[in-house]
Each structure stands twice: as C-alpha cells, then as structure tokens.
Design a protein around this ligand. Structure first.
Ligand SMILES: [Zn+2]
Length: 256
C-alpha cells in the first residue's frame, strides 16, 4: 500500500479520487487544503512505472507515476483433508458462495473518512509463522498467495484490534472460520481469522487494543494461530508495511 498526500489550495479543484491499475481509490480531507488517500496494488500487478491519476472536482485529471517493484515472497506446500482443501460437497459450495456475498456487503460499507487516530499496531507480538504473500500449494494445487500474516498464539489468547474502527463483519466463514473484520475508513479493513471466540458485533465501534475475540483454529487451518490481514479497496497488502503507512496517513501533509 502507498499513502498519497495532496495539498490543494482551491476547493474547486480538490482531489476527489485516485485511479491506479483500473481501481478507484477514495480521498479523505484531513485538514485545510490537505487530502490523503491509500492506494494498493495487487501482488500480481504489472511491474515498473504505472500512471496514478488524480481526478479533481472539476473532472480534470493530474497524472503522477508510481513504480511497482517485484516482491519475493517464497512458497510453501501444505497437506489438508481433500474436502477441506478443495471442497466439492454441495453444502460446502453453497456456504462458500454465501460467504462471498456476506463479505461483499461487509467490504462495501466503508466511507471517505479515516476512522482511526493512532497508527496500527500488531495484534499479537508473537512469532510470524507464515509471512504475507507466500504462494501456497494445498495438496499440490496452487492457491492464492497468503493474504496476511499468521501469528503464533495459543487457543484462547485474547486478540486486540490493531486500530480503531467499526466492525464490518463478525461471524463464521467456511475458509476463515470465526472471523472479525474491522472497517478503518477509506476502504481500509483489518481481518482477524480462525478465531476461537468472537467478542464484537457488526456495527460496533472498537478502540485500538479492544479485545475482539480469542485465538483459535476454526476454518481451513492446520493448527491454532491468528491470521491477521489488511485489505485496502479489495486488495490484500502486507500488514507489516501497512503499519508504517498508517503512520504516514495520520501525519500532516508535508511532514511525512
Ligand atoms: Zn493465514
């Protein structure tokens, strides 16, 4: 993810949205004549210089260049029972389809404002078992790259919210098990998956550090851990990088 800071003196040409690689990103007014946005590129994005378009209130666009660099995330092979790895039963497929619909609704709920006032923190300070972006093979079948980080944790360990926000999703999903998703504004969401128990409900405002559930091993997992993810406008980004970006997002334009 990358934080874009814009200073604009005339409100008639204030930046309304940003366009990058076919995606539209919202901007938030953060002060007098100051605007911020968080852009993200998917892990399989084309490399090199990419145009970043800033769409102004009068519909004109200003173009800047963003350079996408290659990341090296490695790969891993996992073994799981066949039905868990690649579900074929009608009941499971129906649930997975239903999960997608519920998640789409949850991710559609963000607004053009920043809902947190302190930079993100790691929910657990434990070892990272699986880093972000690792390409995974389940029973030798390639799956999407790891969309977050897996943090070591015993079942029942309390899980605090990484930053303030509003609970966008709270419930059980086929792959993710018991899941909590927090909306931090500007289409930034944090995900806490495979929980043993859930302590918050949809619509609830949570503070940074508030316990949202406990570590567990629900969903498609091989053992208890916390999967912590950050999604920006539909794109999973490296949570460790995002902690740094969240600091920039909260700093006044020009002082980052
Ligand atoms: Zn994970």
């Amino acid at each position: 993810a990358v934080v874009v800071s814009i200073r604009c003196r005339k409100s008639s040409v204030s930046p309304r949205q940003l366009r990058l690689l076919g995606k539209t990103f919202r901007t938030a007014a953060v002060g007098r004549e100051e605007y911020k946005a968080v852009c993200a590129v998917p892990i399989d994005a084309p490399l090199g210089a990419q145009p970043l378009e800033i769409v102004l209130a009068d519909r004109r666009t200003v173009t800047r260049t963003l350079t996408v660099r290659k990341g090296d995330y490695g790969e891993e092979h996992l073994r799981l029972p066949a039905e868990m790895a690649n579900p074929t039963s009608p009941a499971h497929l129906k649930q997975i389809k239903n999960d997608r619909r519920r998640l789409r609704r949850a991710y559609g709920s963000s607004a053009a404002l920043i809902r947190f006032s302190h930079p993100f923190t790691m929910p657990l300070s434990s070892t990272i078992i699986t880093p972000f972006g690792r390409r995974r093979y389940l029973n030798d079948i390639p799956k999407s790259p790891h969309g977050g980080i897996d943090l070591r944790g015993k079942t029942g360990t309390p899980v605090p919210a990484a930053a303030g926000g509003r609970v966008a999703f709270s419930g059980r999903l086929y792959y993710s098990g018991n899941a909590v998703i927090i909306d931090h504004g500007l289409d930034i969401f944090s995900l806490y998956l495979h929980l043993n128990s859930i302590a918050v409900a949809v619509g609830e405002q949570v503070k940074q550090g508030q316990i949202i559930g406990t570590v567990g091993s629900t969903g498609r997992v091989t053992g208890p851990h916390l999967h912590w993810g950050i999604k920006v406008n539909g794109i999973f980004v490296d949570p460790l990088e995002f902690i740094k970006e969240s600091r920039l997002l909260l700093q006044p334009v020009g002082e980052e």
